[in-house]
Each structure stands twice: as C-alpha cells, then as structure tokens.
Design a protein around this ligand. Structure first.
Ligand SMILES: [Zn+2]
Length: 89
C-alpha cells in the first residue's frame, strides 16, 4: 500500500497549561509556570502571579474575593487541584 506524506501537520491539537490553563503548543506547562530548567514553579509563586492577573481583570473585587476566585480556578487545574491550599479553601 502506498504511503501518502502530508505536507503540513494540521494544527488542530492544542493543549493547555496544566497549571494556569493558557493554550500551549506542547508540553504540560506554559513558560510562565516553569522555571529556567522547565520545572513547575511553586504554588506560592503561581498563586501570587495569578492573583495579580485576576486583580487586573477585576479591579473592583476585594483582595479576599480575588484570592477566592484564584483558588477556585486553580482547583480546576491538574497541577494544583490536589494542593493542600486548594483543598483547604
Ligand atoms: Zn501556565
């Protein structure tokens, strides 16, 4: 049977970062969630960054609301859903 070569790889498969949900082309985590060696950054580091993002997105919300929203979001992320701080929320 003749094999047909596809000219280009069809870009239908995109994955998302298991830490923050950002679309990525490959791997498990985006560049923001990993350090120079490619390892996932700590919970505290990601939590601090995500609260900054969320506070910018929702400037009217209180600090407490922001932290709650971030924890709820992180609870949907494979990298963090089993983390004690997320479980304890
Ligand atoms: Zn990420």
């Amino acid at each position: 049977m003749a094999q047909q070569r596809t000219k280009e790889k069809i870009m239908t498969t995109t994955s998302s970062c298991e830490s923050c949900g950002m679309p990525i082309e490959s791997g498990r985590y985006c560049e923001y969630c990993t350090d120079e060696s490619g390892a996932l950054r700590s919970f505290d580091e990601r939590f601090a960054r995500m609260t900054e993002w969320q506070a910018r997105r929702d400037p009217a919300a209180s600090e407490q609301d922001i932290e709650r929203q971030v924890l709820d979001y992180m609870a949907t992320m494979p990298a963090w859903r089993d983390h004690p701080n997320v479980q304890a929320r």
